[in-house]
Ligand binder design. Structure first.
Ligand SMILES: Nc1ncnc2c1ncn2[C@@H]1O[C@H](COP(=O)(O)OP(=O)(O)OP(=O)(O)O)[C@@H](O)[C@H]1O
Length: 621
């Protein structure tokens, strides 16, 4: 499994690089703006300066003989504090005298001499008291003065919340796309548990890489611009009604931890949704929309906080709130709800991730497991005339939704045979190939067995069979043929023989190009080579040679013959009957909604004309 995961990580490397580039451009731009951003303290300084203008007025009021003595005393103390602030030579002096000033104002408020917003005043007094107790309190006016490490929490507070969702959605999208229904790896012979473990590990590794990239961009930027700074720089803020003290490093570590957990939660949620809808884009978008809930909850919180909100893990993902406010700057808007704390949030988030993990696992393994149960039931049906053969279909009825496509059909395919599948458009060739390839949900009754294993997505069955669909959508457009070959070798784990080596060397010329840049014929060459490399004993080819040039038709016909001679079974559908003519030993025709096995006396083209064209009266002059 390690080899498979390592390969998938390597295959995702290009997308990761693209992510890093996009992020670098967008974050660098916002960082450029943010690094000159005024911190809250700049506002405080203005406030203090305007207070000092009132010193003169206050001093004059001291001459009023009617003024009570205790008020005179308090006013004098306030004037002293404001004057100390005005002449403060260091940040420490400024903060300590501001704290003394708030303290006097509080006493004036208590004595009934001051009319003010009491909660705000008390909070400011407490914050400045907390700051003034720090060993070296400092007051930075702009973000470009902050220690580099603190820029992470500063950025977390200012970058739009949507940026923090990007890695989770991105990781969800690129990992789940690999296993989307119909894609190459969705048919890999791995168990549900193994696939789940692969996806989970991939999400963790890529998620951690994305988080590292996202945090590294502002960190490098800040290092260049701000210098290293002091990692023990104090951060003071309110949380759940309590004054908190953190160092810059602790605050940034909280940001990184929350970010990683958020990424895991989103990608897990995407995986959970993917089990239900089997569409990676829908899953990733749903994950993104749900992940926006912290913003909605914050909006709710601002209006009315209720105790219930404390039990919503999503609100703790709101990083400016949970990780400590972005600087020394005293803040009162961090978790206004009493009882909310980072510790509690962490506990709830971990519980949420555990629940998502279990839910995704159950959905992934058990929801898909339904088809296995049905297949077991199907396998109990006894065959009428299909008692031998490597592939055995016994009285099968196949339907797409309510529309029956094939009814009550039995046939068998022997090893060493190349069998042509012939019928007019829409008769059910593709549907038959899909059901033979393990899509048991199409099988309504009867049984299909390959090498004695009942049709299902279970690994033993999927190991025996390899379907090459008619179009190239099942391959990964951003990966090269070489990467596809590596995936098939890693997941199917077979690949042997000279013929397969020859097929691979045929691709050497364009093996490094992304599949989306190949022509139709080149894509078909890649697809056929993947089939040989899989080592599956039964190949199902859906019009897989229609775009090949005559030379490649000859080459692959020869290869398929060798493949059959080595004990393989090939079922190939095509409308180009001349291609089948020189290649096939037997034929399956679909007539009147049922499959029948025949070896026509004359050419297959004559049989086709006789059976399908004359029957429909659709004969050209
Ligand atoms: N995805 C689908 N959803 C619903 N019905 C489908 C789907 N694909 C095919 N069908 C229906 O199933 C029937 C058989 O289609 P199928 O694609 O198996 O035929 P075919 O013989 O492969 O045709 P062609 O030669 O044109 O490729 C058709 O009636 C078609 O309308």
């Amino acid at each position: 499994m390690g080899r498979q995961i390592a390969l998938l990580i390597r295959c995702s490397g290009k997308q990761l690089a693209l992510y890093a580039m996009l992020l670098f451009v967008s974050l660098s731009f916002s960082m450029y703006i943010l690094l000159d951003f005024q911190t809250g303290f700049a506002g405080r300084r203005i406030e203090f300066e305007s207070n000092i203008q009132f010193v003169g007025q206050s001093r004059a009021s001291l001459d009023d003989p009617t003024m009570p003595d205790d008020l005179k005393q308090l006013t004098q103390e306030r004037i002293d504090a404001l004057e100390r602030m005005a002449s403060a030579e260091s940040d420490a002096d400024l903060i300590r005298s501001a704290s003394a000033c708030y303290d006097v104002e509080l006493r004036m408020l208590d004595a009934g001499y001051l009319v003010a917003d009491e909660p705000a005043l008390r909070q400011s007094a407490e914050l400045f008291d907390g700051m003034s107790r720090l060993a070296s309190p400092q007051a930075y006016d702009t973000s470009s003065q902050l220690p580099a490490v603190l820029v992470l929490s500063f950025i977390s507070a200012h970058v739009p919340y949507i940026v923090w969702l990007l890695p989770g959605v991105f990781v969800g999208l690129i990992t789940l796309r690999l296993f989307d229904a119909g894609r190459l790896l969705s048919r890999a012979p791995v168990s549900g548990v193994q696939r789940f473990a692969i996806l989970l590990t991939l999400q963790l590794v890529l998620g951690a890489a994305c988080v590292a990239i996202t945090l590294l961009v502002p960190l490098v930027f800040a290092l260049l611009r701000n210098g290293f700074g002091d990692v023990s720089y104090p951060v003071v803020f309110y949380q759940g009604g309590e004054l908190m003290h953190l160092t810059a490093l602790e605050s940034s570590a909280r940001v990184a931890l929350l970010y990683l957990l958020l990424t895991i939660a989103i990608s897990l949620f995407c995986q959970f949704v993917h089990c239900m809808v089997n569409h990676s884009t829908v899953a990733a978008l749903t994950g993104a929309v749900v992940s926006l809930s912290p913003m909605l909850l914050q909006a709710l919180l601002a209006q009315e906080g209720g105790d219930w909100i404390l039990w919503c893990p999503f609100i703790y993902f709101y990083m400016p709130s949970s990780a400590g406010f972005f600087s020394y700057n005293p803040s009162s808007d961090v978790f206004p709800v009493e009882g909310a704390s980072f510790g509690r949030g962490l506990m709830l988030i971990v519980a949420l991730i555990a629940i998502l993990l279990i839910a995704a696992f159950i959905a992934d393994v058990f929801v898909r497991g339904v088809s296995i149960r049905r297949d077991r039931l199907g396998s109990q049906a006894t065959g009428a005339d299909a008692s031998r053969g490597f592939v055995r279909a016994s009285r099968i009825t196949v339907a797409r939704g309510r529309q029956a496509v094939l009814s009550d059909s039995s046939f068998s395919l022997d090893p060493g045979h190349v069998v042509g599948l012939v019928a007019p458009n829409g008769c059910g060739k593709t549907t038959l190939l899909e059901v033979l390839a393990g899509n048991a949900s199409l099988l309504k009754s009867g049984s299909i067995k390959i090498a004695g294993v009942p049709c299902s997505r279970n690994p033993q069955y999927m190991q025996c069979v390899f379907l090459v669909p008619g179009n190239a959508d099942w391959m990964y457009s951003h990966l090269s043929p070489d990467e596809h070959l590596a995936l098939v070798t890693a997941f199917w784990g077979q690949a042997a023989g000279r013929v397969y080596d020859d097929a691979c060397s045929e691709l050497a010329e364009f093996g490094h190009k992304a599949v989306r840049k190949l022509s139709q014929g080149m894509k078909q060459q890649v697809a056929l080579t993947l089939a040989y490399v899989s080592g599956a004993r039964c190949l199902l080819l859906d019009e897989s040679m229609n775009a090949l040039d005559p030379t490649h038709v000859k080459w692959h016909s020869h290869t398929l013959r060798q493949y059959a001679n080595a004990g393989g079974t090939v079922l190939i559908s095509s409308h180009i009957l001349s291609t089948l003519e020189g290649l096939c030993d037997d034929y399956l025709f679909i007539e009147d909604g049922a499959v029948c096995s025949k070896r026509p006396d004359g050419t297959v083209a004559d049989y086709y004309a006789e059976t399908f064209e004359k029957a429909s009266g659709n004969v050209l002059p």
